[in-house]
Design a protein around this ligand. Structure first.
Ligand code: KMH
Ligand code: ZN
Length: 289
């Protein structure tokens, strides 16, 4: 069985991606959710200090609703870049209601990286639509624009789609393949050690992988991922309860827990420089040359 544990950077440390906001929770329901530019920047700063190296951004408008408006998206990208050294990864998944063309257009904001979901999946009572043509379009446009994808698999079959995508359309910008297993979405693969283990043979040894456990699967998925040589994505996009009956205080609490477990696993959090090296992303000063 291939496990991906021999891939670069994996043994040395753990890439921690922060997903602070998402598109599916309302600020009115979750007052601690960072939605304003200032809230996102201060969350990003705090979480970088605790071990996050990448930030996965969904942007909110002045009314706290999810938006793909490019002026607002650029404002948030620039603000996070100015205040942190984090790798800025924009969501191209958006909200379940977003038109596909608008999801592609976020690449105009020129992030370092962007998420790229590998298949359509039921998302609670909604459908998160990711047809093959959209997948190819995002993969190709990201390569043309020098943006590094983080592929997102919500189900085992999505990993087969990733292999087919790479066979037919080649490697992404930067030459390295990194995939995040998003587990525990109601409609996708469950957030269990068994499901994570079932994914491992479909992960090429040259790739790296991370895992995200939605809701109460956050902790078991994190432990399973660390034991299998994987990286971590945590944050209030995916997890709003820290322990049974205890709401998450803030994103920093989730990053601190992830970084602590990574240290216990003797694979401490990667720095932003190490993360760029792992993912094939040029440093901001190199990129502007
Ligand atoms: N908001 C979810 C429907 C991504 O960011 O790429 C999709 C999502 C995936 O969050
Ligand atoms: Zn997202």
């Amino acid at each position: 069985m291939t496990t991906g544990t021999a891939t670069r950077g994996t043994r040395a440390g753990t890439l921690i991606t922060l997903a602070p906001t998402g598109a599916e929770s309302a600020k009115a329901d979750v007052p601690a959710l960072p939605v304003s530019v200032d809230e996102v920047v201060s969350t990003a700063r705090d979480c970088e200090a605790l071990g996050a190296a990448v930030v996965h951004l969904h942007v909110r408008d002045l009314d706290t609703r999810p938006t793909l408006d490019l002026v607002r998206v650029r404002e948030v990208v620039d603000a996070v870049r100015q205040s942190t050294d984090l790798v800025v990864q924009l969501s191209s998944g958006g909200a379940v209601t977003d038109p596909l063309a608008d999801r592609v257009a976020v690449l105009d904001a020129e992030p370092d990286a962007a998420s790229l979901s590998l298949g359509t999946v039921n998302f609670g009572r909604d459908v998160f639509s990711n047809p093959w043509d959209l997948i190819v379009e995002l993969h190709t446009q990201m390569r043309d624009r020098g943006i590094v994808p983080e592929y997102e698999a919500f189900d085992l079959g999505h990993l087969a789609t990733l292999s087919r995508l790479l066979d037919r359309h080649g490697l992404p910008h930067g030459g390295h393949v990194h995939v995040d297993l998003v587990m525990g979405v109601p409609g996708g693969m469950p957030g269990t050690t068994g499901a994570l283990a079932a994914c491992l043979p479909a992960i090429d040894p040259s790739w790296t992988f991370a895992a995200t456990g939605v809701g109460r699967t956050s902790l078991p998925v994190m432990l399973a991922a660390l034991s299998a040589g994987g990286h971590l994505r945590v944050g209030m996009e995916d997890t709003l309860t820290y322990a049974p009956g205890e709401p998450v205080r803030d994103n920093a609490q989730l990053v601190a827990r992830a970084a602590g477990l990574a240290r216990i696993a003797q694979r401490p959090a990667l720095t932003t420089t190490e993360a760029r090296e792992l993912l094939g992303i040029r440093a901001p000063q190199e990129a502007s040359r």
